[in-house]
Design a protein around this ligand. Structure first.
Ligand code: PMP
Length: 309
């Protein structure tokens, strides 16, 4: 697991580049106490031309949508944050990295009425290997259905990456890790499969690609990319529908998608082998298509890349 990370030199904070070690906030920062913050996770890949940020516009749009859902006013425009993200990667001179924008209610207000609280924004980046490990990309990971339910949409809105809501994911992830699995699969409060702690989930069954509908899952940008690649390049039928736990057990293949985990096969769910208990052929083809697109090796998908020159 690649969960520690190397430091880079600069972090963008509220319009200025500050040294990594100087990017400090006060103990009484509102977001730290109540999870009152929103974030994004973005990746930059090296391409034959320059490093390129994968689907930067879409990630920035989702950041603003998260803020809208939460009712938080960002003191920057979308264009300013797009430019700031490019600049952060550029000044740190990294070719491949993970990028973390965060908007948070800052110091100055305590209690739950945030109407007068100031919003601060930061963007950091650092080289970060694939979240569930390189071996996981090839062999697949073992996943466990969580005893923790994904949020009911009237308890916490899952289309937004609101920091506080990720405590639900941490509980679920830690339960799975302590039980000896790499990732958790979360059911919704109706018992249908929703998503993983930090990834969307797909299965392959009888040649069709199936993924849970987005009722209480994040509208993953990797998910969208994989659906487009599967339909356009593999001519697969892709279904977004309710999915039950037993459908997971009888799937021919399974994989999860996310910016951090990229496209990772699932070889076992709840101690049952998925298909042949290893990466399936459709999963492998989709991985190849995804990484080629992200690394600028497929002209057709250059539309997804923002070059960092
Ligand atoms: N679901 C959750 C809960 C996540 O945190 C993530 C990671 N952002 C995803 C799905 C995958 O989304 P994306 O492909 O946009 O990274």
């Amino acid at each position: 697991m690649t969960e520690s990370f190397p430091e880079t030199e600069f972090i963008w904070m509220d319009g200025k580049m500050v040294k990594w070690q100087d990017a400090q906030i006060h103990f009484l920062t509102h977001g730290l106490h109540y999870g009152s913050a929103v974030f994004e996770g973005i990746r930059c890949y090296n391409t034959p031309k320059d490093p390129a940020i994968f689907r930067l516009e879409e990630h920035t749009k989702r950041l603003f949508e998260s803020c809208k859902i939460f009712g938080m006013k960002v003191p920057f425009t979308k264009k300013e944050l797009v430019d700031a993200t490019i600049k952060t990667v550029k000044v740190n001179k990294v070719k491949e990295c993970y990028i973390r924008p965060l908007a948070f209610y800052s110091y100055g207000v305590m209690g739950l009425n945030v109407s007068k609280a100031k919003v601060q924004v930061g963007i950091a980046c650092w080289p970060w290997g694939t979240y569930l490990g390189k071996e996981g990309l090839e062999r697949g990971v073992r996943a466990k259905v969580s005893s923790f339910a994904r949020h009911h949409p009237n308890a916490m809105m899952t289309k937004a990456k609101i920091c506080g809501s990720y405590v639900n994911s941490v509980l679920s992830k830690m339960e799975a890790v302590k039980a000896g699995f790499e990732e958790s699969i979360m059911l919704d409060t109706y018992g249908f499969v929703s998503e993983c702690a930090a990834e969307n989930l797909f299965i392959v069954k009888d040649g069709k690609l199936i993924t849970p509908s987005l009722t209480n899952a994040l509208d993953g940008i990797t998910r969208r990319s994989v659906i487009e690649l599967a339909r356009n390049e593999l001519k697969l039928e892709v279904l977004e529908q309710h999915m039950t736990r037993d459908e997971l057990y009888t799937a021919d293949e399974a994989f999860l998608t996310g910016t951090a985990a990229e496209l990772t096969p699932v070889r076992e769910i709840d101690d049952r082998e998925v298909g042949l208990g290893k990466r399936g052929p459709i999963t492998e083809k989709l991985q190849e298509l995804f990484f080629n697109a992200a690394r600028g090796k497929n002209k057709k998908y250059e539309k997804w890349l923002t070059l960092v020159k």
